[in-house]
Design a protein around this ligand. Structure first.
Ligand SMILES: [Zn+2]
Length: 135
């Protein structure tokens, strides 16, 4: 996967943490960054960092191999409801297919996405892994 290095660098904040927009007027939270609240239109918003934890609401298992992508098939793609109440889509890792189910508690973890092989950059981003109890 070929990325422009400056472009990746400029967007790094959004790759390494989950940024949410919180409205000071209506109190609702939306995934990613907005200058206006997508619910009430107010510009009285603040950007907040998600705690990165949530539960799996839905998931699908993909055997689709994408050209130029680093492949660890099958991939488990899930809709995760974050503790802040926002739903995001992400890949589940470090979990056995037989253990994936709705309601599993997960947290965002930094994982390798791809690289410009053989001598290029390695790109990292967030995926979701099961919360280890007691940790
Ligand atoms: Zn609002």
């Amino acid at each position: 996967m070929k990325y422009s290095i400056p472009k990746f660098w400029r967007r790094k904040e959004g790759y390494y943490q989950i940024i949410l927009t919180k409205c000071r007027e209506c109190g609702k939270v939306a995934f990613f960054t907005y200058v206006r609240c997508p619910y009430c239109g107010s510009s009285n918003v603040e950007l907040v960092k998600s705690c990165g934890r949530g539960v799996v609401e839905e998931f699908t298992i993909s055997y689709n191999r994408v050209e130029e992508g680093e492949e660890y098939l099958p991939k488990i793609i899930a809709i995760v409801r974050l503790n802040e109440g926002v739903r995001v889509v992400g890949e589940l890792v470090d979990i056995d297919l037989s253990e994936v189910k709705e309601g599993v508690e997960v947290e965002a973890v930094l994982r390798r996405f791809s690289s410009d092989d053989p001598h290029g950059l390695i790109y990292y981003g967030l995926k979701f892994a099961p919360v280890i109890k007691g940790a």
